[in-house]
Design a binder for this molecule. Structure first.
Ligand code: NAP
Length: 497
């Protein structure tokens, strides 16, 4: 079946793309998702306590505001409901192809179309928007003996709700954004909780509160009220980016975090284990009011010795102490810089995105890739943020996608891609801006790829990214003719960044 635009993923990125395309008159599109419902990461992550650490008024589409948010930081179910509601509100449902896993997408040089192989049949498309998301494929740690474990083991993004944790001996591996949300929830239920921590997280108080019915009514009825709140949050959160660009600013926040730790954890030994000894911000700064207190309970043991191996009835730490467990929960994150989807996308000459991104991911404006005509990658390389909402980045990218599609339509262009030179200049500027920031120098983290390059974070403000993507620059692109020989750029080069 042929469609004009194929979108991979029905999470925030893919649904945002569908809505924006539809409203701009590009109505011949299909959204493919391997799941049986929309929602992406907010469908998959249903672990107890799952919630957003970005304010809801900002962690939602600017073009689909929701006056009914019940909390300043919403929970997973409410965000998932919001996305499902958007599908019906904007008439996207007929364009959804759920239970369609994209197993391969190859650019056909001669026909100038993408050929998609999906678990629900084959399709062709002129344009491919990949919105598979950087946090969609859970990472399982390569710990010796993991396959020999005799109990139940699952990842936080694939929570086994039918596995009752009451009275169990549970081992949790990982202390990232997911674990700090579910650990306080399961701690009162389990008999024994052993938390394997590799790196202690910087944690700030979670300033969350219920949004009253009066406020909701105001958002519903007073024109501009919700937009004003969103703008205020946008400016306030984006200003927090200063702390990451100029690490000295983060020292104030670090002191506040350590003061909270002192107040919440009286035991000096436990406090010592939980004290981060690296610059705040080089990993995601987490927010919680109940994580540290939950670790002070008598049924919790925090193990920092490292994991030597997993045995049928538990885990053995590097100090050879055996920790019995009948359940292991992996809060070990996702394949971010090595996402499987990139190996499935093949551009001109059959080269896979995985090959093009070895050893490091690069994309022009985080969105388009030289050698991959008519491909737009949402939340691609260097588009991640630590301080504000990634939905802002998605919307900035969608602005660029629409500008490119309109340009192609106006000029009668069938296929386009960024020039290698424009992509190189963009990457150089990103790397230059990254130099000296806490993301590069602070610690080792999943933000860094195997080469030590930070290929995930945008080293700036959401507003500066938005500014740089608001116009399509013809001079940075080349028209791709049938037979795979790209033509010359349309005009002289403009600055990429
Ligand atoms: P994560 O931040 O990548 O954390 C993974 C944790 O597992 C880290 O503590 C890591 O330790 C540990 N780990 C990984 N491999 C290990 C191993 N072999 N042995 C021992 N420990 C190991 O993953 P996540 O918590 O699932 O969060 C992922 C991302 O999802 C977040 O950064 C955030 O962007 C997003 N998220 C967002 C929200 C939200 O509220 N918006 C909520 C949850 C998640 P090291 O630190 O030492 O590597």
């Amino acid at each position: 079946m042929d469609t004009d635009i194929a979108i991979i993923g029905a999470g925030f990125g893919g649904l945002g793309a569908a809505i924006r395309l539809q409203r701009a008159g590009f109505t011949d599109y299909l959204v493919f998702d391997r799941g049986d419902d929309v929602g992406g990461t907010w469908r998959d992550n249903s672990y107890p306590g799952c919630a957003c650490d970005v304010p809801s008024h900002l962690y939602s589409f600017s073009f689909a505001r929701n006056p009914r948010w019940s909390n300043t930081f919403s929970g997973q179910q409410e965000i998932w409901d919001y996305l499902r509601d958007c599908v019906d509100r904007f008439g996207v449902r007929p364009r959804l192809r759920l239970r369609h896993e994209v197993q391969g997408a190859s650019w056909d040089d001669l026909r100038q179309r993408w050929r998609l192989r999906t678990s629900g049949g084959d399709h062709t498309a002129r344009v491919l928007i990949c919105a598979a998301g950087p946090l969609s494929d859970p990472a399982t740690p390569d710990i010796p003996g993991i396959d020999d474990f005799a109990g139940t083991i699952f990842h936080s993004a694939r929570w086994q709700h039918d596995h009752d944790l009451t009275g169990r001996h549970v081992a949790v591996i990982g202390t990232g954004a997911s674990a700090i949300q579910f650990v306080p929830r399961i701690q009162p239920t389990v008999d024994k909780l052993t938390l394997f921590q590799r790196t202690p997280a910087w944690i700030m108080p979670r300033l969350s509160r219920r949004i009253s019915r009066v406020e909701q009514a105001v958002f519903r009825t007073v024109p501009g009220a919700q937009r004003a709140v969103r703008t205020g949050l946008y400016l306030a959160r984006d200003t927090m980016g200063v702390g990451f660009l100029h690490p000295a600013v983060n020292r104030f926040a670090s002191r506040l975090s350590l003061r909270t730790l002192r107040r919440q954890v009286a035991d000096p030994q436990l406090r010592d284990k939980l004290t981060p000894r690296y610059a705040m911000g080089c990993k995601r700064v987490l927010i919680s009011n109940d994580y540290w207190p939950s670790l002070t309970r008598p049924n919790v043991d925090v193990v920092t010795a490292g994991i030597a191996r997993i045995v049928p009835d538990g885990l053995v730490a590097a100090d050879e102490v055996h920790h019995r467990a009948d359940t292991i929960i992996l809060g070990t994150g996702f394949h971010v810089t090595d996402s499987p989807v990139v190996r499935r996308i093949r551009g001109r000459g059959g080269r896979s995105l995985g090959e093009a991104w070895t050893p490091s991911m690069h994309a022009y404006r985080g969105t388009m890739v030289a050698g991959f005509p008519n491909l737009f990658f949402l939340l691609g390389p260097n588009t991640g943020l630590g301080h504000t909402s990634v939905v802002l980045m998605i919307e900035a990218q969608l602005q660029l996608v629409l500008a490119a599609l309109r340009h192609m339509r106006a000029k009668g262009i069938q296929a386009i891609e960024p020039t290698a030179d424009a992509q190189r200049r963009w990457t150089e500027r990103v790397d230059q801006k990254m130099t000296g920031t806490v993301w590069k120098t602070g610690c080792s983290s999943w933000y860094l790829d195997a080469t030590g390059r930070n290929a995930t974070i945008w080293p700036g403000f959401a507003s500066s990214f938005r500014l740089r993507l608001r116009r399509f620059r013809p001079a940075d692109h080349q028209v791709v003719g049938a037979g795979s020989t790209p033509n010359e750029p349309e005009r002289e080069h403009a600055d990429a960044v």
